[in-house]
Design a protein around this ligand. Structure first.
Ligand code: ATP
Length: 475
């Protein structure tokens, strides 16, 4: 390969594709993300091949050259086919020309030349092709200066950006996603066209928008994309609650920080410690209840009392609106938003074991994630302050470990079940059973009784007696 650094295995695959194409007498080219990522030096695990003919037929011809023969998955309506060799996916498609209708992002598609196919690509860096043909195998075909734009770390559309984004508004999200993943800058004219077309994002399905948003969230520095989404006007349309975090206010010399940029900093901080998408979402949403709870108390300043509870209540609505999953992932985010201030309250002096047990109980398995969120939430520019806060959290961590080691609260299961309470007092499911269960749990968390079957059983008898209940087989 003359122009891009391929591994021997990749070169072997590409030569097989080249010989299959030659046998069918069709021109074939590597195109798009694979070429871009190879030039940049990013890892690749799939490649797109465009041919001047039938992509499905080429896929079958390529498959024949391997033993065992890979399955060809094809989509007749789109004229595309895929094969997988080990963990490497190759997609084949015939070169095409597209024409768009204003009300839909689904184009009318017809066969075209390589040039037509490159013209329909979203960005110059995604329009690079490499010949797999005998006469010029390995030659880079770069009609729009994509190579230069990779060097300049610049994202721009091959043709008029206004038309490109109007045709398929998803490309606006993709531009911002690539800028975030690659750390590239969006060319001024291209960015202006995103601003001018932002409202057209409404014709794109929520699933596709959220897919791009999640890719931004999974990038090393999601703040790049979130800031661009905000500045382009897209965020205001796809996730307006986030925009309400904007603005620092100052009254009578008392101010509060800009919660939007604080949130962005928290996300970047947490990305240094986790790849978990949902922990990243928890960072994004941790202060989302602040605008709704903001008050100014004269002489004291701005307060956001209860923002963690209000924020946690907003999570299901936001997940529904963004078509994020309404399952345990959402509950995890909700829990972290609700608990994100609790470890701070444990940094004060004279914290009882009981308060520590309650946090272990409430956070359960997610205590580590919560502590990571709290560390990430420290965004002060004062280094001494940051150091002090981090040390305080380290102390909380140690206390959590000590209390957990002695009391095993993290995966707590009631030592006496509701079933046993009913059997003991001859009760049907009723309010009394709940009262006794709660009393046992609180007794353990408050350290009144040990976290053992025996202690809990005796405590149950005591609480039952207080309610006027007698064990049924006591004489
Ligand atoms: P990644 O795999 O990181 O998403 P990619 O560039 O391979 O990056 P794909 O979505 O797989 O992205 O698309 C493959 C290629 O198809 C792109 O490089 C681009 O040339 C083209 N493409 C994809 N989506 C669009 C679009 N909406 N408009 C125009 N071209 C597109």
């Amino acid at each position: 390969m003359v122009d891009i650094p391929c591994t021997d295995k990749e070169l072997f695959l590409l030569k097989k594709i080249a010989s299959a194409a030659e046998e069918l007498s069709v021109e074939a080219y590597l195109i798009g993300g694979f070429v871009r990522d190879k030039i940049i030096g990013r890892p690749t695990k799939d490649a797109d091949i465009v041919c001047m003919g039938d992509g499905i037929a080429l896929a079958y011809k390529v498959a024949e050259r391997f033993n065992p023969k890979p399955t060809v998955a094809f989509f007749k309506t789109f004229g595309t086919a895929q094969i997988k060799i080990k963990d490497f996916e190759i997609e084949f498609v015939g070169a095409r020309k597209e024409s768009y209708n204003y009300n839909s992002r689904k184009p009318e598609v017809m066969p075209g030349s390589l040039e037509d196919d490159q013209n329909r690509r979203d960005f110059t860096i995604n329009a690079l092709a490499i010949s797999l043909n005998k006469e010029n195998f390995g030659k880079l075909i770069d009609p729009f200066g994509g190579l230069l734009h990779i060097e300049q770390q610049n994202i721009q559309t091959p043709l008029d950006p206004l038309q490109t984004f109007s045709d398929d508004p998803l490309r606006m999200m993709r531009a911002i996603r690539f800028a975030t993943q690659l750390g590239f800058t969006i060319h001024a004219e291209t960015f202006q066209a995103i601003i001018d077309n932002a409202r057209r994002i409404k014709i794109v399905s929520q699933e596709r928008i959220t897919d791009e948003l999640n890719k931004i969230m999974l990038a090393p520095k999601p703040s790049i994309g979130l800031d661009l989404l905000s500045k382009s006007g897209l965020l205001n349309i796809i996730f307006p609650q986030m925009m309400t975090l904007h603005g620092a206010e100052n009254v009578e010399g008392l101010g509060h920080k800009d919660n939007f940029y604080h949130t962005l900093q928290v996300i970047d901080n947490i990305c240094e410690t986790t790849d978990d998408l949902w922990l990243r979402w928890a960072a994004l949403l941790h202060d989302i209840g602040k605008p709704a709870t903001k008050r100014f108390e004269p002489g004291h300043g701005f307060t956001f009392h209860g923002h963690e509870v209000v924020g946690a209540r907003m999570v299901p609505k936001i997940f529904t609106q963004l078509k994020l999953p309404l399952n345990e992932k959402m509950r995890f985010v909700q829990k972290l938003v609700e608990l994100h201030l609790r470890p701070i309250s444990l940094t004060k002096e004279n914290i009882t074991d009981s308060a520590i047990r309650r946090l272990l109980f409430d956070a359960g398995e997610d205590i580590e994630a919560l502590m990571l969120l709290c560390n990430a939430d420290i965004t002060s520019k004062n280094k001494a302050k940051v150091k002090r806060y981090l040390q305080n959290f380290e102390m909380v961590r140690l206390r959590l470990q000590e209390v957990e080691a002695s009391d095993h609260i993290r995966n707590w299961q009631p030592p006496v079940s509701g079933e046993l309470i009913m059997q003991t007092f001859g009760l049907n499911p009723s309010r009394e059973v709940g009262i006794i269960k709660d009393a046992i749990r609180n007794g353990i968390l408050d350290g009144l009784i040990a976290n053992t079957y025996e202690a809990a059983f005796n405590f149950m008898l005591e609480k039952g007696a207080e309610l006027g209940l007698k064990p049924i087989n006591a004489s």
